[in-house]
Ligand binder design. Sequence first.
Ligand code: IPT
Length: 963
Amino acid sequence: MSYISDQKPFRGAVRAARSWLHSDAPSLSLNGSWQFRLSPRADVPDTIEWDTIEVPSHFGTPIYTNVQYPFPIDPPFVPDENPTGDYRRHIEVPPEWLGTGRVVLRFDGVESLFKVWVNDQEIGYASGSRLAHEFDVTASLKAGDNVIAVRVHQWSAASYLEDQDQWWRPGIFRDVTLRHSPDGGIEDAWLRASFHDGHGFLEPEIVSEGFPVTLRIPALGIEKVWEDAASVVAFDVGEVRPWSAELPFLYAAALSTTAETVSLRLGFRTVEIRGDQFLVNGRRVVFHGMNRHETHPVRGRVFDEEHARADLARMKQFNVNAIRTSHYPPHPRLLDLADELGFWVILECDLETHGFSALDWAGNPSDDPSWRAACLDRIERTVERDKNHPSIVIWSLGNEAGTGSNLAAMSAWVHGRDPSRPVHYEGDHAGEYTDVYSRMYSSVLETTAIGTDGSRAKLLGCTPAQGARQRTKPFLLCEYAHAMGNGPGALDQYEELVHRFPRLHGGFVWEWRDHGILTTAADGTPYYAYGGDFGEVVHDGNFVMDGMVLSNDVPTPGLHEYKAVVQPIRFSFGAGSVELANLRHSADTSDLAFRWQVTHDGEATSSGDLTVAAIEAGASARVPLPAVDIAAAPAETWLTVEAVLAEDTAWAPAGHVVAVAQLDCSAPRAVAATPREPRWEPGDGTLTLGPAAFDQGTLVRLAGRTVAGPRLELFRAPTDNDEGTSGNPAESDGSLAGVSNAALWRRDGLDRLTTRVVSVSTAPGALKTVSRVAAAHSGRSVVVETVWTLAGDELDLRVSIEPSRGWSTVWPRIGIRFDFPDGDNPIDSAEWFGTGPLESYPDSRHAALVGRFSAGISDLSADYARPQETGHRAGLRSLTLGGGLRIDTVPDTRGRRPGFTLTRHTPQEMARAPHPYQLPPSTTSYLFIDAAQHGLGSRACGPDVWPDFALRPEARTIRLRIR
Ligand code: IPT
């Protein structure tokens, strides 16, 4: 079994890497049912019975680790306990394939090492899970029935190079194809298409046994015949429309010999680094990108074109313009889709050795000559397979593989092979062998230092001279804004830097999707599994659930925030007009229609279209606005302006909102005075005040419903960011190095507050209670004064919340909770005038618009894979619950209004449930009215909440009017 620990990536009849071409040469898909048997060890005893398996798919049990190797770090060896699958199938080879040309067996993806036999003759073996391998099987085939056998080992030397943060899932997980390569066919083709001064240029490279080769580009009227290899030279194709992620013009092209025709789609574009700027077609690119893994809740890494296309369309709908193929080449069709829909792509090689960081990088394959061939093979297969795609504008050597000479050699190879695209690798902190400066999760402060001259700021891992070199390069964040659970915050702060500093080229959110695996709990309840759910010995829990899209395809509130923050049209309101800035790379605004609407307290009173002549990319135009009829105070008047798609596109229908902004046109409002305090007398507090009944100072019924509350709530079910410990505490307010905020909240007992009523007093039409709220074994407390006053048929509630001295951490929230037990009339929906339609937090509130909204209670929460804080809607004006009870908020003396959350579980219940199915059955609806919430940050892997949005213990007053 020694080949399992072979550092050489392949042996046997493996063919040279080449482009993944669409050819008319005959081929047979070998996808489908294969015979299969699975052994827990690297040897497969004959006693194991054959079963069947679908190809492509995975076998075995999923294991999730981020950085950890799930086997001893003993390179290049792996344990004998090595799940190994034997695959077999019969194929009928068309007789005309034999005797002429070659027959090639292609595997587009097998994890992690596989050996191939045809008719019992060993053909060879190969590794490089997310890379294509082709074997020449001509000599082993016979007419009629043939048997193909493949043995796949989960672990191999190659596993050391594939330590990406994802599920380990072995198997033949991409297509298997047998193709006939005819004599005189086209072996490989590269049509490098560039764009200069309105003209397209082609620099062809053709590997063919047969000449002449004819190139046809019908839309350009080109038909060119090359008689021999020497005559294939670069030429000007004349005027073309350039390719860009915004206007992805593709020209169909065909290359033919007498034996074979391959078809390609050409996108003419020129990638260039000029000074510290990254340009395509002479214009600076800003990446509004996502890190995209290949993951599907049922299929795993098995590609599903329809699902991938829907996902890419979703990206376009959310103003995403770029993809980093983290951390390996995707299924080759993905790049066809990217060419066609329009994305800037960083195509990354299948390489990560992150686990060596645990050994301080000792023995890291990136810097060990015995792994050099494997590293070079990987980058060659990466570049060769996908080199024709206009969407690919940067090659990336891999991810988190430390640094070393093998990476430098890979870079040198790319530079030699493809001078037309820059090389990226984040781990090259000192900039020794890469063309762009790239970082992950650098804070806003540090990113600002990179954007400015910053000659005195020390850059991570750099000497001053290296730092100076890095500052001469274009900068991008290959990962930022870790989107785990509720978050990330501060997207707007990063975005703002991009427009301030031309050296900064935006970045790629970590990451696009959650990697949940659809499975069922013991009682049959379906749920999305994460690390540890399959009994893994080592795992990294829910760190694999860090996407902008949940496992079930639902965009998170974080993605809505992202869409709003990066919207390509910026609106600046002036007197009677709005300035529209087109922030795009190259597209003007002729694809957009602009419309406006005026609302009074959320009800539309007038609307119309704005006439806007096309605005060039990078330009702006001032457009007059209609006269806004302003409602009498206290009603609010808002003007909303939207840019929508004028026509259907490949990724969204006409009318899809691309960008939106609101202007508050309300008449000035007077701040409501606090009602004068009556003369309080001690009382037992059992009384009725209009719709409210009290028993010894405690509210028991409201508008005919049983109710409990209000009780102080300072706790929220910690978000993944609240539980995080990363980031540099010096750059945020209140974090402690290595200690999460959630741990401090638990230490301080915020999740287990108790109450002592200090006093109850009454006055005509009024009730007041004073309570002291504190946790066991704590001297810190909060005094809560509650005053109920009947004013006509309305009940005025004022809750004053005053912390004692000595609270040292940030607080998750300052709010009150009402409990509404279901009885026979559960509260299951809300209608409100405030912000919405989705949740918002202090550092994530750009997607929230002011308006009138309604939702069922289950739609008020986001279904994060691990239950956590969700559903806070800031800036509440008025709320109607279950169709009856109406609660209006009164701004505090600084004009601030509380937000609300309506949910079926308490934060304490949510904090205890690792998965949604573990939440207890609910018999109560809980209403939280929060004077304030702490921000979100991205501390699960990145900076904590920015100081401006951190909630410090402070005195707050909540005022409500209840009917
Ligand atoms: C970074 C990885 O590159 C990425 O794959 C993912 O694991 C991400 O973190 C966290 O989800 S590496 C980290 C050390 C910043």
